[in-house]
Design a protein around this ligand. Structure first.
Ligand SMILES: [Mg+2]
Length: 191
């Protein structure tokens, strides 16, 4: 059965791309610490790695994006390619939604890194939205890992699957712990 009209809004960082895995390597460089000293399980804001305020977070993030090509150097999260392709083949419309244009005058590089990453990792999509306000892109189902985004989308009555990681353990169901989970939950939602 083809699901022609159903749009799945898919976040990139922490959902398709292993943001925290790559950031951990870059943070080890940034702080000049052995990577093994940085815990893999972090909370929102990265306090476990020694980030204590927003401006430190922003500095590390800016360094990662502009000096270490964060957006083109992350590993793909296992299953993202396979299950997005499956959903796409079944007729769902994959709409990538990401808030990556947060550094002024760096937009060309941010977009280039992003589309290169999407193509070279074989992620299928029809629409690519660089948006902070994710609810405004009008998807039917959202897949998102950031606690504030999940809460904001759900507060507007939008069906949002929380893609589980260490930053969002406190977020309520519906939650997916993997891409096979996401696939099953989407199928149940449309049934
Ligand atoms: Mg994210």
């Amino acid at each position: 059965m083809l699901q022609n009209s159903i749009v799945i809004g898919v976040d990139l960082d922490g959902v398709c791309a292993d943001f925290y895995g790559r950031m951990r390597q870059i943070a080890a460089e940034w702080f000049e610490r052995p990577v093994d000293e940085l815990p893999e399980a972090v909370s929102w804001g990265l306090s476990e790695w020694g980030i204590t305020n927003q401006s430190q977070y922003d500095s590390l993030h800016r360094f990662a994006v502009t000096q270490r090509e964060l957006f083109s150097s992350m590993e793909v999260i296992p299953g993202a390619r396979k299950y997005l392709r499956l959903l796409s083949d079944e007729g769902f419309r994959i709409r990538i939604i990401t808030h990556r244009l947060f550094i002024h005058y760096f937009h060309a590089a941010a977009v280039q890194q992003t589309v290169n990453w999407l193509d070279s990792n074989g992620i299928p999509y029809w629409d690519l939205c660089f948006m902070k306000e994710k609810s405004q892109v009008g998807a039917d189902i959202y897949i998102e890992d950031s606690p504030p985004n999940v809460e904001q989308l759900r507060s507007k009555g939008l069906f949002t699957i929380c893609f589980g990681n260490s930053t969002n353990r406190h977020i309520e169901a519906p939650r997916a712990s993997s891409w096979p989970d996401v696939y099953d939950m989407v199928r149940v939602f449309v049934a």
